[in-house]
Write a protein that binds this ligand. Structure first.
Ligand SMILES: [Zn+2]
Length: 113
């Protein structure tokens, strides 16, 4: 059984309690009404879907209900770390990931509290 660490409950819980919620750290455009259709399509529909290290949103749907972020290796399906929503992208030195541009996730109205 895959265990996922919820950074709010501070417990490792069964994967059955969680739901994947897409790519993390996607910044909403400042003035979304002013962007082109192509820019909107890129923001709204296109995701990186990279092999290896990915940053994802997860929700502890059958626990505290809160959204959080996770760094996961899509090849091994191993969670490298989880961290609270709103925190910057976590740099993972052991994976060689060195994000120089750090985007912060802005909480939206749909986030559970
Ligand atoms: Zn939780």
């Amino acid at each position: 059984m895959l265990l996922i660490h919820c950074p709010y409950c501070e417990e490792d819980r069964s994967e059955l309690e969680f739901r994947w919620a897409g790519e993390a750290h996607i910044a909403r455009p400042e003035n979304i009404a002013a962007i082109s259709d192509e820019e909107f399509a890129e923001y709204f529909f296109l995701r990186n879907n990279e092999k290896g290290l990915t940053y994802e949103r997860w929700r502890h749907i059958h626990g505290c209900g809160r959204f959080f972020n996770a760094a996961r290796d899509t090849v091994s399906d191993r969670f490298l770390t989880t961290y609270k929503a709103g925190l910057p992208k976590q740099v993972l030195p052991e994976t060689g990931a060195s994000e120089k541009t750090v985007e912060t996730y802005e909480a939206t109205e749909g986030d559970a509290r």
